[in-house]
Ligand binder design. Structure first.
Ligand SMILES: [Zn+2]
Length: 593
């Protein structure tokens, strides 16, 4: 194999393309087994039989993931791959067929009424589920979710109305947004037209003050000019969410999200209130930043201004790989070994290519297969962090590969633990290596900027949503909602940051609040959780490492709060979340005065 090939991934461990048809037929034959098990199904059935049946459905699920993931990964590496497109259609059709066949078993397990079978009562469910320790949590969760499920007929109506109603509206919003062209107006310069939001947002981090301001103005003016349309879609999304929350028996709009995350309402409240209480830490930092930039009070336009015009440091893939692996190794030899495994097995697709998907991700195909990592390494320092992040995900999956396929991967609140941890370890290493004081300060400053954006800022998104869901219920105008956004932004930053009134329209571009209401707190949750865990590790030393590894090894086999409790962490206690802010405060101490 030549050098170039070694930088592409080898998907044979998922399934060699030449074996696709054979494998497809094998799954089709397996599907015949569904009827055999359906005959045996009964609330009084023996534990051994039940275990065998679950083993059958888990294995079937694992095979379906393999056959669906192969073309998905092929397409990520080459969006124009015609074979991938053909296999994708075949695999998806098979997956739907499998879903249709196994649905009755799912429904029966959930305790729903299924024709021709006796309902699975609570006592027998408990008896059977506890027989498979590893799946007890997953199966019970499924059953719990059934309490919020409507009748078959109602569910079908909801699905149909969603696809043709709110989902279509959301798509329309995306089309409207994608068609936006932004006019970048800088005094004394010719107006520039910026065609994508991503490009425009990058300019809000520019080293040039005028450019940052112009980028925000272009963005916010667009939102303002289209306020009526953006409001119309958001209002509908909120009303739709509220209505469904109610008919599904949730007691608040945010409870729907908390249930999906399997986190108690109280825990989320605690985490969010600690964030608000500790906001002074970020405000003090913004004060420092103002001084550094030579102004009395920081402007919201300059919130993400870089401190130092950084030397354009770059790193080849080989150097970056050595750095990431050795850094992970200093933290945990287990982490290093597992990350190495991913690279050695040629499961990493390294370089950007024509027709390759942009961005980066880690794909877990199942417990028996080493995860795949896609990168687009161009050599920037950001790319090095991305490598650490995605390899962190892979380590997480590998640590949890003793579980059944359906519970290998962690729930959303824990899903970013290993990835964020890997980035954190790399950050501290890079900081230690950097001898230039000015660059060091710039590195810390950027880290705090990022941490602010993933914690406090996200929490305020959710606080706004809670308010918006109430106000929209009562009835409010588009301008009224913008006013509330500005009020809350002032409450968040107003004491130390000058906020231009144009920021009232900022909410219009936060797509998460429309697409997945209340999702954003998970970012803050994951980030603070990891910072706190890392803080403990720094305090307690290597002795804390086995607890972190055990936590990761649990995958999604238990409730997040249980997994954390076993690591000695109580997410219901304010003190735990406060520990995260201690780490952030220590970073701030590293900044010069
Ligand atoms: Zn991630």
């Amino acid at each position: 194999m030549n050098n170039k090939d070694s930088k592409r991934w080898n998907l044979d461990d998922v399934l060699p393309v030449s074996q696709f048809d054979n494998f497809y037929q094998k799954i089709e034959r397996d599907l015949l087994g569904v009827e055999m098990w359906w005959k045996k199904i009964d609330p009084e059935m023996g534990e051994k039989d039940f275990e065998k049946m679950i083993e059958f459905t888990e294995n079937l699920g694992e095979k379906i993931t393999k056959i669906v993931d192969l073309p998905y990964l092929m397409e990520a590496a080459d969006e124009k791959d015609k074979t991938a497109k053909l296999l994708k259609t075949k695999a998806n059709d098979l997956a739907i067929k499998c879903q249709e066949k196994t649905r009755k078993i799912d429904h029966w397990l959930k305790g729903l009424e299924v024709e021709g079978k006796k309902k699975l009562d609570d006592n027998n469910a408990k008896r059977l589920f506890t027989a498979i320790k590893d799946l007890e949590y997953g199966l019970s969760r499924m059953r719990e979710a059934a309490k919020h499920t409507l009748s078959q007929k109602e569910e079908n109506i909801v699905t149909n109305k969603d696809v043709n109603g709110i989902e279509a509206l959301k798509d329309l919003r995306e089309i409207i947004e994608a068609e936006f062209e932004y006019e970048l107006k800088i005094k004394g310069k010719k107006t520039r037209v910026i065609k994508t939001q991503a490009e425009l947002l990058a300019l809000t981090h520019s080293v040039d003050k005028e450019e940052r301001k112009a980028a925000y103005e272009a963005l916010l003016k667009k939102q303002k000019d289209n306020l009526d349309k953006l409001f119309l879609v958001y209002q509908a999304a909120v009303k739709d969410w509220r209505y469904e929350a109610k008919i599904r028996g949730f007691n608040s709009p945010i409870a729907v999200r908390n249930f999906a995350n399997d986190i108690e309402d109280k825990t989320v409240e605690t985490m969010m209130s600690v964030c608000q209480e500790k906001k002074e830490i970020f405000l003090k930092y913004f004060e420092w930043k103002a001084k550094k930039l030579g102004v009395k009070k920081l402007s919201r336009f300059d919130l993400y201004a870089p401190i130092e015009t950084k030397v354009n440091q770059t790193m080849s893939y080989e150097t970056a790989k050595e750095l990431v692996l050795s850094t992970l190794g200093e933290f945990s030899t287990g982490f290093k070994k597992l990350a190495e495994k991913v690279i050695e097995k040629k499961h990493v697709d390294v370089e950007p290519r024509v027709n390759k998907r942009s961005g980066a991700f880690c794909a877990t195909v199942g417990p028996k297969i080493t995860p795949y990592v896609m990168l687009n390494h161009t050599g920037t320092i950001r790319d090095v962090y991305t490598m650490a992040h995605e390899l962190g995900h892979a380590v997480h999956s590998l640590l949890a590969n003793k579980h059944w396929p359906s519970v290998q991967q962690a729930n959303l609140p824990l899903a970013e633990t290993a990835s964020t941890l890997a980035e954190m370890v790399l950050f501290e290493k890079m900081l230690e290596k950097e001898k230039n004081k000015k660059i060091k300060t710039a590195m810390v400053s950027q880290k705090i900027d990022d941490t602010y954006a993933t914690t406090l800022r996200q929490i305020y998104f959710v606080l706004f949503e809670m308010r918006a869901h109430e106000e929209i219920k009562k009835g409010i105008t588009d301008e009224g909602l913008a006013k509330i956004w500005l009020e809350m932004l002032m409450e968040q930053l107003g004491k130390r940051v000058n906020v231009d009134p144009l920021f009232a329209y900022e909410w219009g571009y936060v797509s998460h609040i429309v697409e997945s209401p209340f999702y954003c707190y998970a970012y803050a949750f994951g980030e603070l959780l990891t910072i706190s865990l890392y803080g403990r590790y720094k305090k307690e030393g290597k002795g804390f490492l086995p607890k972190i590894e055990k936590l990761l090894a649990a995958g999604g086999s238990k409730k997040p709060s249980t997994i954390l409790k076993e690591a000695g962490v109580d997410i219901n206690k304010k003190e735990f979340w406060e520990e995260g802010f201690e780490v952030i405060e220590n970073w701030i101490k590293l900044l010069d005065n």
